[in-house]
Design a protein around this ligand. Structure first.
Ligand SMILES: C[S@@+](CC[C@H](N)C(=O)[O-])C[C@H]1O[C@@H](n2cnc3c(N)ncnc32)[C@H](O)[C@@H]1O
Length: 296
């Protein structure tokens, strides 16, 4: 992994926070113009969000960057990073495209992108509800985003529309239904409790409109949308320290919702967090399916 692959390489990145005042009038915006709330379960303004994005970077950046390298992303490319979240992918892209390129980074909540500077252009944008933030992109990429977007069909159409002919689309999304356990080796009470809480998390996601079997559909959806040379692969981390970091931050972030919904007690959650902190749980994530293709 080169320097650009390190999570949160803020030095390398970027910015111009461009909030659209026209859109601000339509949605539920915060007073900084960095957020448009739409019921997304895992709010980027909660303190655990940055921990989760760091874990995603550690777990998934090598896979993402391998695909992007394979496309030949380089100087002058125009890229749209959808649902960017934190800065790791955006910073890597900014380094690759250089001053002659462009990286448009969009999210419904850009709180964690505030340090970006050119060639990155940060915009508050809902991919499932708004027109694309530009056209003629050489690359459009979204990781762990569409699964959460209620109108993901529209989002996919919008992303393809924004590509130039021959441009590349890379969609990476989880498929929690394909492998639903946080502890695939369920050999004791700690693992059983972990899997029960994971089941509660999946319930909350589904209640918020997430499609928990979305990842597996991606190759077909890309082909049906007319993309050429569609391929896909899957990455499934197991027993990485970053899986434990992700699990701890996620459970702390949704603690209130789990208790409120009667899916867990505070005692369950405290016990589980202590088990995770003790190590040796062999925690997994949902498999991440990467699917890619080229616009005709
Ligand atoms: C699980 S995080 C993934 C973040 C980042 N792509 C990564 O891989 O580290 C999902 C991100 O999608 C954003 N998001 C959710 N719904 C969205 C929507 N309708 N339009 C744009 N972004 C959205 C969230 O705010 C969050 O930053």
């Amino acid at each position: 992994m080169d320097d650009g692959a390190r999570p949160y390489d803020l030095d390398a990145a970027v910015v111009a926070v461009v909030a659209s005042t026209a859109r601000r009038k339509r949605g539920n915006w915060d007073d900084r113009g960095m957020t448009r709330s739409d019921g997304y379960l895992l709010d980027n303004r909660q303190s655990e969000a940055a921990e989760r994005f760091n874990a995603f970077a550690t777990l998934f950046d090598p896979t993402t960057f391998r695909h992007l390298e394979g496309f030949g992303v380089g100087p002058g490319w125009r890229c749209w990073e959808v649902g960017a979240g934190g800065t790791s992918v955006v910073s890597w892209l900014a380094k690759k495209v250089g001053p002659t390129g462009k990286v448009v980074a969009t999210d419904i909540d850009t709180s964690l992108l505030a340090a970006a500077r050119p060639p990155v252009d940060v915009r508050v944008h809902d991919v499932g509800a708004e027109e694309p933030p530009g056209e003629g992109f050489d690359l459009v990429h979204a990781r762990l985003v569409l699964v959460h977007v209620p109108d993901r069909e529209r989002a996919l159409r919008s992303m393809i529309k924004a590509l130039r002919p021959g441009g590349r689309l890379l969609i990476e999304d989880a498929d929690p239904a394909l492998q639903p356990l946080v502890c695939p080796d369920e050999h004791g009470p700690e693992q059983r409790l972990a899997n029960r809480l994971r089941n509660g998390f999946r319930r909350l996601l589904a209640d918020h409109g997430a499609d928990l079997a979305y990842g597996r559909r991606l190759p077909r959806l890309l082909r049906e949308a007319g993309l050429r040379h569609v391929e896909a692969d899957v990455y499934f981390p197991l027993a990485s320290p970053a899986c434990a970091g992700l699990e701890s931050a996620t459970i702390r972030q949704i603690r209130g919702r789990l208790v409120e919904a009667g899916l867990a007690t505070d005692e369950d959650i405290d016990t589980h967090l202590a088990n995770v902190a003790a190590g040796g749980m062999d925690l997994a994530t949902a498999p991440m399916i990467s699917a890619w293709g080229r616009k005709a």
